[in-house]
Write a protein that binds this ligand. Structure first.
Ligand SMILES: CC(C)(COP(=O)(O)OP(=O)(O)OC[C@H]1O[C@@H](n2cnc3c(N)ncnc32)[C@H](O)[C@@H]1OP(=O)(O)O)[C@@H](O)C(=O)NCCC(=O)NCCS
Length: 163
């Protein structure tokens, strides 16, 4: 799907999440079996259609980096470009070098359309944690362990717009 040709279906809006969205966000994330930690609604953007939250995604903040995460489109709404729109919006909103982790080749191909390229765990940035933010690599370390020990097909990716 070409990102530039995608527009929201009628009745849908893309907006920053509010306090009132926090349980709907959790429900979406839990239903997709994604990482249930660090679901601060303040970091989320959502798509609301006719009063219902149908998609969400967030930018998690780390020292010197951000992670595009918790991207979910409700199953009844998939395949209509909402995931593409939200991903492109999160990329446009990001203010730090951007990374993500995903499971499997199909998702890696989805993200590669936007300019994400696979990166090895060793090549992830070694940004020191600060009093207010932790290091991205520390968060990804757990997935790297699962990849090594349990052969979980985790792919780490870095946003490289000029690749
Ligand atoms: C991945 C996801 C956000 C895509 O949202 P969407 O609105 O259906 O995506 P779009 O309509 O914009 O684009 C469709 C593309 O999404 C990708 N996609 C759709 N369903 C997918 C799935 N179950 N797994 C992986 N990729 C999928 C495909 O690349 C598809 O392209 P194709 O139709 O050419 O095959 C959505 O399938 C979803 O919520 N999946 C479950 C949660 C998840 O895995 N999130 C990603 C965490 S890293």
């Amino acid at each position: 799907m070409n990102q530039s040709n995608v527009s929201l279906p009628p009745g849908c809006v893309l907006r920053k999440a509010t306090f009132g969205d926090r349980w709907s966000i959790r429900l979406l994330v839990f239903s997709a079996k994604l990482d249930p930690t660090q679901l601060n609604w303040q970091q989320f953007w959502v798509i609301e259609c006719d009063g219902h939250l149908v998609a969400c995604g967030q930018l998690r903040n780390f020292s010197g980096a951000q992670e595009l995460g918790s991207l979910v489109v409700a199953s009844a709404w998939r395949g209509r470009g909402l995931g593409t729109l939200l991903t492109q919006h999160l990329i446009n909103t990001s203010q730090q070098p951007l990374y993500l982790e995903c499971l499997g080749q199909r998702l890696a191909e989805f993200y590669s359309r936007f300019g994400f390229v696979p990166i090895s765990f060793a090549d992830l940035p070694e940004t020191p944690k600060t009093k207010v933010s932790s290091a991205l690599k520390d968060k990804f370390r757990f997935s790297q362990l699962a990849k090594k020990l349990l052969k979980v097909p985790v792919v780490f990716m870095e946003y490289c717009p000029n690749s």
